[in-house]
Write a protein that binds this ligand. Structure first.
Ligand code: NDP
Length: 335
């Protein structure tokens, strides 16, 4: 069996020497345990953030995967069953099925959602944690209404690409910001966003004024930092902001972060509602989201894309690439 460990805590942009691929011997299975073999693994931004607080040097990198049960001493988990497991970056993992939840509060293993005709990796994207994040983070916190203007950043990523499409399904005008022209083309032409803007080549304030001359009602924030400030300045009265992520700040050292002045005054004068969340707040309702999103996919209203990397030994490169923006849609690694 192989696994990736945190060799050194990240300092700024992650380096090759920070993650190391090592071999591990697995013991015999005990009662209540299963042996899971990875089929597809997820690389997600939170791994950059949580590595700092939750891992010691030498620990296995956390993360979820779709794995197949290849040995079992748990009658409810027969050999061949596909599970979504929060077992870290491992090719093989022994799991005690009665173990408590992982550090994000998700169960250690759950059965994969069957999705006929789709790759199992959809359980790591649209029918997995990023899907639930988009669905509840937008619908519960922003409560977008038909005719309203919704802005989403990291709009061609796993979460953002779904947020924009769900907002379209709800009848909103959707403006997405992404980091390449290629990504913008995809979200506008294929996903039906009303506006897609490359934030690396256009000024955000100016382009937003053009795309939303009457202001913004909902902002789904994946990026934080200056981006958040800029959008906030153009929010309408009673606007709602769903604070999902702050990827522009993940490589900063939080202990000596340059602090801008938080534009709280804009929250007050416009009576904005801004709320941060962790998608597991609605964990018991995730199946509701997956059911509705699977139906939207069937009707052709919701599309997804994956950027896949082949080979467990390339997990590090897939992770760093996702943080840099190499991915369109969900970044996954197929074993
Ligand atoms: P993505 O698939 O969106 O991948 C990350 C993307 O972020 C990159 O592709 C890149 O795209 C963009 N990016 C990287 N650096 C910057 C930057 N400095 N400024 C703007 N964009 C940048 O990842 P996810 O969809 O999985 O996650 C999106 C966000 O949602 C993250 O902030 C993540 O932490 C958060 N999240 C929060 C959850 C919660 O429960 N609150 C759960 C899941 C995710 P580009 O080319 O456009 O720059």
């Amino acid at each position: 069996a192989k696994k990736w460990i945190l060799a050194h805590h990240f300092d700024g942009v992650p380096k090759d020497s920070d993650l190391e691929l090592v071999e591990e011997e697995l013991p015999e299975l005990q009662d209540g345990e299963i042996l899971l073999e990875a089929q597809a693994l997820s690389v997600d931004p939170y791994m950059r953030v949580f590595a700092r607080s939750a891992l010691k040097e030498g620990d296995t990198i956390m993360g979820s995967q779709v794995g197949k049960v290849i040995e079992s001493k748990s009658p409810q988990h027969p050999v061949g069953m596909m599970l979504v497991g929060s077992v870290g970056w491992r090719t093989h993992a022994i799991v005690n099925v009665n173990q408590g939840p992982d550090l994000l509060g998700t169960p250690i293993v759950v059965p994969a959602t069957p999705a006929p005709g789709l790759p199992v990796s959809v359980n790591l994207g649209v029918l997995g944690m990023p899907g639930a994040t988009a669905y509840f983070g937008l619908l519960e916190l922003c409560q977008p209404k038909a005719g309203e203007v919704v802005v989403v950043s990291a709009a061609a990523g796993a979460v953002g690409s779904l947020v924009g499409q769900i907002a379209k399904i709800k009848g909103c005008t959707v403006i997405g910001y992404a980091g390449t022209d290629e990504k913008c083309k995809w979200i506008k032409e294929e996903l039906g966003f009303d506006h897609a803007i490359n934030y690396k080549t256009r000024d955000v304030a100016e382009s937003l004024k053009e795309a939303a001359p009457d202001g913004v009602d909902c902002y789904f924030d994946n990026v934080g930092g200056d981006f958040l400030y800029t959008v906030m300045r153009q929010m309408n009265k009673y606007g709602r902001i769903s604070v999902c992520g702050a990827i522009s700040q993940y490589n900063d050292n939080l202990d000596n972060q340059k602090s801008g002045v938080f534009p709280g005054i804009l929250l007050i004068v416009n009576e904005l509602r801004m709320e941060g969340f962790i998608s597991t707040r609605w964990l018991s309702r995730w199946p509701e989201a997956f059911k509705e999103m699977a139906a939207w996919m069937k009707e052709g209203k919701l599309k997804y894309r994956e950027t896949t990397t082949k080979g467990f030994e390339n997990m590090r490169e897939a992770f760093y690439g996702m943080l840099r923006g190499d991915n369109t849609g969900k970044a996954v690694v197929n074993v």
